[in-house]
Write a new protein. Sequence first.
Length: 298
Amino acid sequence: MLSEIALYGAFETGLIYGLVAFGIYLSFRVLDFPDLTVDGSFPLGAAVSAVMIINGWNPWLATGAAIIAGMAAGAVTATLNVRLKILNLLASILTMIALYSVNLRIMGRPNIALLSEETVLTPWYDMGLAFHQVPVVLFFIVAVVVLILLWRFMESETGLAMRATGANPRMARAQGIATGWMIILGVALSNGLVALAGSLFAQSQGAADVTMGVGVIVVGLASLIGGEAVLSPRSVLRALLACLIGAILYRLAIALALNAEFIGLKTQDLNLITAVLVTLAIVLPGARHSVKSFFARS
């Protein structure tokens, strides 16, 4: 069984990675754009906000700047694809590689400590909540606000144009939609959300590190696919809820696996656990459908 602190920690991290899953939903599901930029935009958001915070900026302004930086990174990837005709996957890899140097340049060193600095969490510690409950409450509010705003955007005229671009770009162009700009906007928004997650993660963990984005794309995909296996994405709202639920369930599964002594897993097995969970999330829905079909024929 998980301790109370471990349980809240899983929820805290799950809510942060829910924002990552929102971003990956935009690029992978809505635009059909395989984007690996997120491995660089996650630490980019952390780096920008950390540097601004230690230089005396308001934490919320620093977080907003992190979102803008992430959007800029996503726009670069999409521009390489749309304007320079570089394959989308290759364009995202090029941007991701470049962001490693950019993040080092921004921070001036591999990591920055924030333990003694004021963050977005600081005022919430005076509200009477337990120390480990504060991040969960704040990040839940942020995740719900982002979910609602993203849902309303996807239901708007621009959002519908973006969905049409991903579903059938040729038909979208025939209807007068500027598909290139829709891709740039969508990938920019996707990476802005991931940078927001990176900023909040750095502030909750008390440090920003240039390597903290390694494997973020896998975690986001695990959250997205796992959530869709639990909650069928029949609408945009259900798809976004699936992202959030999947991220929380993923972190809970990780926490349970690492805390179950009889399994014998350790922290270094995290990537192995992730690979197994993603595989199960992909295979189980198809297996469940095959079983139903078998019994229906019987």
